[in-house]
Design a binder for this molecule. Structure first.
Ligand code: ADP
Ligand code: MG
Length: 427
């Protein structure tokens, strides 16, 4: 899915970068911060920023473990960027699979994905810098690991490459499409939702500074050999607002169908934009549909508009991905949809933080594992029965956490505050 850029106010240019000094880049897109922004929407500031002070990071002072590769090493790793090694091509440029050979021990050979800034790559150099800066500093099991980078300038042009750990099971978007022969089962979808929430919660609340991902979407959630989900593509990420400020003001960039209405309308970016995108993603997991799909009949092209009439009635199962063939718990799917709806609150202040989302999704994952069948399950009723039994157990064991679950389930009043927006700018 292509990225878009709408111009409300352009990001200020990044300072020129010395390619041999990647680890000393200071700006990490903080140049776009609107330092004058504050005031009325101050309360958009996430709870975590109110609880503790964020230090605004100087990346120059942080060490990275990134390896600087020579172009010839990456040519050799990818069989000279051979077409048969090509995994795909996004906004940045082509991506190749390859192997970094260990000179001493072939058992230590490393499978990698090499992203090459394409000549047509419109995300470009600035995004390359951001990606190196962010992933050079942040590390988490639910973020794709950046192994290193390559930056060489030749007479024929510049070379900018990124080297990641290889994620053999591709991206979530692929497996939700008809292209994949692998079905993502309901428990797998819940686990993916949990992994992705954990990754986002870490970016928002897990460090002494805050990162807004800004391009959260199913094609940026990659799957490793054990189907653990990890976020990738940090080229559009931004530092959160400085202390005392409610948002950063940026050019509106993102992917069609994922950006929050307030960001599209004002260019004011907060972590609540990521929370909105996460809500859209949950509906992708539930329905198996893309946020915007021009190949569908009119009326079904925009996912959020299509699902809306089915949410609060008996027809809910109509929107659940048919490829699941009924092998899911209806209660679990409805609860996930309620979490999605909270993320999609029109008012950003009403959206939960990602740590709150993580807690809610984790409870669904636990309930799912509690219902692992002891006898073969037959159909929807058996799933629902097992789901109920699992919840009973948790009621007695988990005290406070159940409160959150019941608030998710019982939050029917929420429907009145549900998103209902007519995107005036895009889609
Ligand atoms: N670390 C990785 N391991 C395996 N495949 C990857 C990795 N990074 C990207 N890819 C694949 O490369 C292709 C292009 O990815 P990308 O440049 O991120 O574009 P987009 O996110 O716009 O699809 C996608 O098919 C993606 O699944
Ligand atoms: Mg991507």
């Amino acid at each position: 899915m292509m990225c878009f850029q709408l111009s409300y106010c352009e990001d200020k240019d990044e300072p020129p970068m010395n390619p041999s000094q990647v680890s000393t880049i200071q700006s990490f897109n903080s140049g776009s911060t609107d330092n004058t922004a504050s005031g009325s929407d101050q309360s958009v500031t996430p709870r975590s920023t109110r609880l503790r002070k964020f230090r605004y990071p100087s990346f120059s002072k942080r060490s990275t473990n990134l390896k600087e590769f020579k172009l010839y090493e990456l040519k050799s790793a990818t069989n000279n960027f051979c077409i048969s090694s090509k995994l795909g091509e996004g906004g940045f440029g082509p991506v190749y699979t390859g192997t970094i050979k260990s000179q001493r021990n072939s058992a230590k050979d490393l499978s990698v994905a090499v992203k090459q800034l394409g000549k047509r790559g419109f995300q470009g150099h600035k995004e390359w810098v951001t990606e190196v800066n962010v992933l050079g500093i942040v590390q988490h099991p639910n973020l794709v690991k950046l192994v290193g980078y390559c930056s060489e300038d030749h007479e024929k042009g510049i070379q900018r490459l990124l080297v990641y750990e290889f994620m053999p099971n591709r991206c979530v978007e692929y497996h939700l499409s008809n292209r994949s022969g692998t079905l993502l089962t309901w428990p797998m979808r819940l686990k993916i939702a949990q992994d992705a929430a954990r990754g986002l919660a870490y970016l928002h609340e897990g460090m002494d500074f805050q990162i807004i991902f800004r391009d959260f979407k199913s094609s940026n959630i990659l799957l490793d050999d054990k189907w653990n989900a990890k976020l990738s593509d940090f080229g559009l990420a931004r530092l959160g607002p400085k202390e005392g400020h409610s948002h950063v003001t940026t050019a509106v960039i993102g992917t069609m169908g994922y950006s929050s209405p307030e960001y599209l309308q004002t260019g004011r970016l907060t972590i609540k934009n990521d929370v909105w995108s996460y809500g859209v993603f949950l509906y992708e997991l539930i329905t198996g549909r893309r946020p915007i799909d021009r190949n569908r009949p009119e009326g079904e092209q925009k996912l959020l508009e299509w699902v809306r009439p089915y949410l609060n009635d008996q027809n809910f199962t109509f929107i659940v991905d048919k490829r699941l063939e009924g092998k899911y718990s209806r209660r679990s799917a409805q609860k996930l949809s309620l979490i999605a709806n909270k993320c999609l609150s029109r008012d950003p202040k009403s959206r939960p933080t990602m740590s709150e989302v993580l807690e809610m999704v984790s409870q669904l994952v636990e309930a799912q594992s509690d219902m692992t069948p002891r006898t073969p399950l037959q159909g929807q009723d058996a799933f629902d029965e097992a789901m109920k039994a699992g919840e009973g157990e948790r009621t007695s064991n988990m005290g406070n956490e159940v409160k959150t679950t019941s608030s998710v389930v019982g939050d029917q009043a929420w429907f009145s505050g549900m998103w209902f927006w007519k995107p005036s700018i895009t889609c």
